[in-house]
Design a binder for this molecule. Structure first.
Ligand SMILES: Cc1cc2nc3c(=O)[nH]c(=O)nc-3n(C[C@H](O)[C@H](O)[C@H](O)COP(=O)(O)OP(=O)(O)OC[C@H]3O[C@@H](n4cnc5c(N)ncnc54)[C@H](O)[C@@H]3O)c2cc1C
Length: 535
């Protein structure tokens, strides 16, 4: 049997709670709900746990936040016994970590693997959800938690002629589990977001030739990755209480901007040089107003553009790699290992798709308006239908048969990112309206899981069987999310944060980047779930 542990036979079960997805969100949710004494069923489309780290096995895949921070905090024993080997751990190690967590807390027996939820419908009379999967499972549960991920539905453009290609096509987010041999081959990579920027240097080392097809250049900063030393671990552990405090009281990306002074040119240069040298994404956290002040952001953007020009030998190539169409950080900042240096290799070529767009995929390669490129392998590093994609991929029907697709026709709406008005007893982990993809996601997941578990515990204690968000509370929260976003530079970028990478997707920035998020969630709970109707 493959990686998962439960049988391939479809299951028909009634449980207290069902959890969809077995990434970091689903795993911890199952753990908490089982500890509350609930009967639980997990459902996962993949054949193993790990979510993002199960699917994204492309060369060079690794986290872009330090591993010591990109870890669970809920168990002190787990924290003590796990040792990361690198500052930014590779996919294989993060997957091993997820697997270790699943085994250590005995979670795998709770999960049906290889089953994709296609339908979820709420029965108003019985007050329960019925979920159906693509392999015939049918789970009935009072509470339904969607831990389906913000970046779990790969996005792939449709290009004419793709079916004629005689080589092999891969998507970074659906990379084969077995080793892919690229030695001696000519590889094309479409896309220069995080996955492209991580994979291109590694592919270039293996392949005979790499042609990078770039539509939009992104800002990338060096990771300065390397082995994690005992001293670094000790330092992190010593500062751990303060680290937890910053998680609890995070001002978000723009919450501390108001009244912050504009740093002088000298201050800026000094800070950016230091942070560029140290490596990692903290360069975009150099100043609290980097996301609200055009002047400050311009300084950081220009600094990185200058670094690109310094690193890349050919000035014409450097110019194509320099982003000019968005403020730094308003598209996900990429964290790389020798990305820009890769363009100094003789076997790497950059194609500017803005100047010479793709016309078609041909049997032997790819044709732009300028010429044809001969390819054995074509890699799509084209990202995801982010944030709402996985939820909308399921036919979710709430009270009165209302469809989530209709409720979100103009963009996703959710109260605190965890519940949707009209969809009782349904919870979303790191859903729209929460800090999710603009925060360190494992702690963000833990906060949501704890809040949801506490909410379900409260309902059981008080004898409530149904919780539903009030539309007015949801509208007020989303208006606040929007107002904070509008005070920032984020809406200026055609990013996946606003859905700009998906044709026809309503353009809306739904990630909460302000201060006080956790306090607000705690306050709502402390006031007996203010903004919700409990029945
Ligand atoms: C390449 C990459 C690098 C990243 N690096 C970082 C980082 O450094 N720091 C950071 O904070 N975040 C990072 N992220 C974001 C990352 O997604 C989160 O950190 C985290 O792993 C999300 O966990 P999750 O459990 O919420 O979702 P996921 O890990 O996406 O898991 C969701 C699971 O739900 C399953 N699923 C979805 N729909 C269904 C369905 N209908 N039926 C059944 N199963 C379903 C999926 O198969 C998947 O396994 C990265 C993302 C990517 C893609």
């Amino acid at each position: 049997m493959p990686e998962g542990s439960t049988s391939r036979r479809s299951i028909v079960r009634t449980v207290d709670a069902v959890v969809v997805g077995a990434g970091f969100g689903g795993l911890y949710m199952l753990h908490r709900l089982r500890d509350l004494g609930l009967s639980v069923q997990g459902i996962e489309a993949g054949e193993g746990v790990g979510g993002t780290w199960y699917w994204n096995r492309y060369p060079g895949a690794r986290c872009d936040l330090p591993s010591l921070a990109y870890s669970y905090n809920f168990s002190e024993d787990l924290r003590r016994e796990w040792r990361w080997s690198e500052r930014y751990s590779p996919q294989s190690e993060i997957l091993r970590y997820a697997d270790h967590v699943a085994d250590r807390f005995d979670l795998k027996p709770l999960i049906a693997f290889g089953a994709r939820v296609t339908h979820a419908a709420f029965d108003d009379d019985a007050g329960v959800w019925t979920l159906e999967t693509d392999r015939g499972d049918r789970i009935v549960a009072r509470w339904c938690v969607m831990a389906t991920g913000c970046l779990s539905i790969p996005q792939k453009p449709t290009l004419p002629g793709e079916e004629t290609f005689k080589g092999t096509i891969y998507h970074t987010a659906a990379w084969p589990h077995e080793q892919v041999e690229l030695g001696g081959l000519s590889v094309g990579v479409i896309g220069t977001g995080s996955s492209g920027i991580q994979s291109i240097p590694v592919i270039a080392e293996a392949a005979r030739r790499v042609t990078v097809f770039q539509r939009t250049p992104n800002f990338s900063v060096p990771s300065r990755n390397g082995p994690l030393s005992d001293a670094e671990i000790a330092e992190f552990r010593a500062a751990y209480p303060e680290y937890l405090e910053t998680l609890r009281n995070s001002p978000g990306l723009v919450g501390a901007a108001e009244g912050a002074p504009i740093p002088s040119e000298a201050e800026q240069q000094q800070a950016y040089e230091r942070l560029w040298g140290a490596g990692g994404p903290s360069l975009i956290a150099a100043f609290p107003n980097l996301f609200t002040s055009v002047e400050v952001n311009d300084g950081a953007s220009e600094f990185v553009r200058r670094k690109i020009a310094e690193v890349v030998d050919d000035p014409a190539v450097a110019a194509v790699l320099q982003p000019h169409d968005h403020p730094i950080g308003t598209k996900r900042i990429c964290v790389d290992s020798d990305y820009y240096q890769t363009y100094n290799r003789p076997n790497v070529e950059l194609v500017d798709l803005r100047r010479t767009p793709i016309e078609a995929i041909t049997p032997t390669g790819l044709r732009t308006t300028e010429r044809e490129y001969s390819l054995d392998v074509l890699v799509f590093a084209t990202g995801f239908d982010a944030i709402s994609g996985a939820l909308l991929a399921i036919d979710i029907r709430g009270s009165g048969g209302a469809r989530l697709k209709d409720a979100w026709a103009n963009g996703p709406l959710a109260y605190l990112g965890m519940t949707v008005a009209g969809f009782p007893n349904l919870f979303t982990i790191t859903g729209p309206g929460s800090p999710s993809v603009l925060s360190n996601m494992i702690p963000a997941i833990e906060q949501h899981v704890d809040w949801i578990a506490d909410c379900i515990g409260y309902m059981r204690e008080k004898g409530y069987r149904r919780i539903a968000g009030e539309p007015s509370a949801q509208a007020a929260w989303m208006a606040h999310v929007q107002a904070v976003a509008d005070s920032s530079l984020f809406p200026r970028a055609n990013s996946w944060y606003v859905g700009a990478n998906i044709p026809g997707k309503p353009r809306l920035f739904t990630t909460y980047i302000g201060a006080g998020y956790r306090a607000k969630c705690d306050e709502v709970a402390a006031r007996g779930y203010e903004g919700f109707v409990l029945a």
